[in-house]
Design a protein around this ligand. Structure first.
Ligand SMILES: [Zn+2]
Length: 249
């Protein structure tokens, strides 16, 4: 993962995330502008910003948090044999049965790391053909894999948590905090998008280009322009897949 992946706002950021970039810009502006009434206002905005940035960041975990607390009813899904072979080939141990259907309109599909199963939202599942489901399974399996990139991302997360803990212990909320919070949020969101693109390529290795792109389109059904803190925008994911398949031409 390149350094620019961490700070590239062109990967399809959620609108609300521009706040993080704004805080970074304001922090620079603050150090440049001379002492003046305006400087006090900028300071006020910077000092207060973590109280807005942190909740925005936490909201991205909403679905995961809900399904950590709420145990989904096991509703067995039967897939073509290929789906079960994939789990073996990727050498990933999932609990049996590996797939669960949930009645939740907000759920498309996700890798539930806690119970080690792949969850499908009923509506999304019904939208897909068998081949598109294979793509989705390949994508989700990638989230169970341990990769170098994930180790890097987790290390950054741990380091920043330690920095946070230390600053909580020793400092009042200060000006220096806000850019740290902003960098933390930006880098973790962007690395999440990077991992999603890797997962898409993983799913793509099992199906044709048309199938993969159709499955991506299905997941953005209602709002193709939708942006999120964790996933790249639809067009960005499609471009990524086109680049992936073009290697084989
Ligand atoms: Zn994913």
């Amino acid at each position: 993962m390149s350094f620019t992946e961490f700070f590239n706002p062109l990967n399809g950021v959620a609108k609300i995330e521009f706040l993080y970039y704004l805080v970074l810009i304001l922090s620079i502006v603050y150090t440049i502008i001379p002492n003046h009434l305006a400087k006090q206002y900028v300071e006020y905005v910077i000092v207060c910003s973590p109280y807005i940035m942190i909740p925005i960041f936490v909201i991205r975990f909403k679905n995961n948090i809900i399904y950590l607390i709420r145990k989904p009813k096991h509703e067995t899904l039967v897939f073509p044999p290929k789906a079960y072979e994939m789990i073996g080939n990727e050498k990933i141990s999932l609990t049996d049965p590996p797939f669960i259907m949930v009645n939740d309109k907000n759920v498309l599909a996700f890798a539930n790391q806690k119970i080690r199963k792949i969850m499908f939202g009923r509506d999304f599942y019904n939208l897909l053909t068998d081949d598109e489901r294979i793509f989705v399974i390949g994508h989700e399996l990638s989230h169970f894999k341990k990769t170098e990139e994930k180790v890097v991302v987790k290390s950054i997360f741990v380091i920043i948590c330690v920095v946070f803990a230390l600053s909580f212990l020793h400092l009042q909320p200060s000006l220096a905090w806000s850019p740290v919070v902003a960098i933390f949020c930006i880098s973790l969101n962007n690395s999440a998008r990077y991992l999603e693109r890797m997962a898409d390529m993983s799913g793509a290795s099992y199906v044709s280009k048309e199938t993969a792109i159709k499955a991506i389109r299905q997941s953005y059904q209602d709002r193709p322009e939708r942006t999120s803190q964790t996933h790249p925008a639809m067009n960005y994911r499609i471009k990524n897949l086109e680049r992936y398949y073009s290697q084989f031409n």
